[in-house]
Design a protein around this ligand. Sequence first.
Ligand code: SF4
Ligand code: SF4
Length: 450
Amino acid sequence: MTVKIARHIIHHKIRRTPKFALVLQLEPLHTCNLTCTGCGRIREYSTSLKDMMSLEECLDSARDCDAPMVSICGGEPLIYPKIEELVAGLLDQRRIVYICTNGMFMRRKLRDYLAATYGPKQEPTLARLQSEGLITPKEAEVIRQGKSDGRPVIRPTKWLYWNVHIDGLEYTHDLIVEREGVFKECVEAVKMAKLLGFQVATNTTVYKETEVREIEDMFKFFSWLGVDGHTISPGYDYDAAKKDMVKRLGRDPGEFFLTRAMTREKFSKIEEWGRWFTIFGTPVYQEFLAGKRELTCTAWAIPTRNIRGWKAPCYLMTDGHYPTYRAMLEQVKWEQYGVVDGVARDSRCENCMVHCGYDPSGALGTNYRPGDNWKNFKYNFSSRPPRFPDGHAIAAFNGFSVGKGHLAEAKAVLRENAGAPTTGCGGDSAQRDELLHRLRESGKAEAKSR
Ligand code: SF4
Ligand code: SF4
């Protein structure tokens, strides 16, 4: 996969293409089965299931920008009625496919795969899945009956990753996705996918209230489960919310928002994490997150295509939608966005260090320093860190599974927060941080009174 992407970059560098796509963020629909705290996608687009891109539009979008990698997100992409055909079509186009999912329907899709490929030889696998509680005897029976609807299924291949959204261990994750049991389901889906030979990654957004120790524990736990890699990015803070906080509430935004300085503090160990775990991306981007260098935003390299068109300037901010990737490249005034040498060209970009704006910058050589290419090459072509051996010792199930019902309290906080601003999928950091902050404070007060 790394060779494929490197070849794509070299191809365009030789031709001196000024701007080109590396990863397409494809949002065939914005419908979701969850309502995560602060998720802007389900609110900004607030669509119904009938509002979705057709399969042909999705496949044409990939051809249009010709990114070697397509990340299918949403909404929840597994709700997309033609997700199997979409994955098959993108693989036919010889692209790398990431299915960015909240994990809730993953096991259903894995059972479809088992049913479509069922034969007596799979009995030991079915027995193992049952013994680990990943399928029920009834589900095993359905698998044995096979699948006869003629539709494709999602099969393991080296060109495909399940990319499961995980924002913490059980307590935090269930809190953020506002439903108990989601973390547990994700873990079971990851286990089952690994057992069936799929590649799996996790996808985490870090917020102000996210504790560094918890991120490390999460990596340890999922590495022990055999996950193949991790994507991690700081949350995005929306400038309008910050201004509102100062003007209307007279509060210091630093109390609630993940500023650049805070991001650097949170990510100060990212290079160390990159040695222990497989963190996807470039070491140059990691240096940027750790505050060791500046990068210039290259949001055009990870374009977003959704039902309204090509969303500009980036995955997070919406200043317009364009009919084609080319039209977006030509009409957007790119020089008005991003942060250059610490100065925000657009105030909304001020605290942004997200991967969709800056990870490609690390690969594309903006702000190039001698040795960067070798660093990127070495990082991506060296052998990957081994599985973390003691992940079983991590108290990953620290919420719902141990009977700590905490959602009622969270929902009360959310009700108070109703109307808070939202941003992109993955959530609005202000809203999440406030929620986690209040819960921690109420937890401390409760502990004191005992
Ligand atoms: S963050 Fe993702 S999983 Fe959560 S509600 Fe939004 S689209 Fe759904
Ligand atoms: S700096 Fe961030 S918010 Fe601004 S255009 Fe780039 S990716 Fe978007």
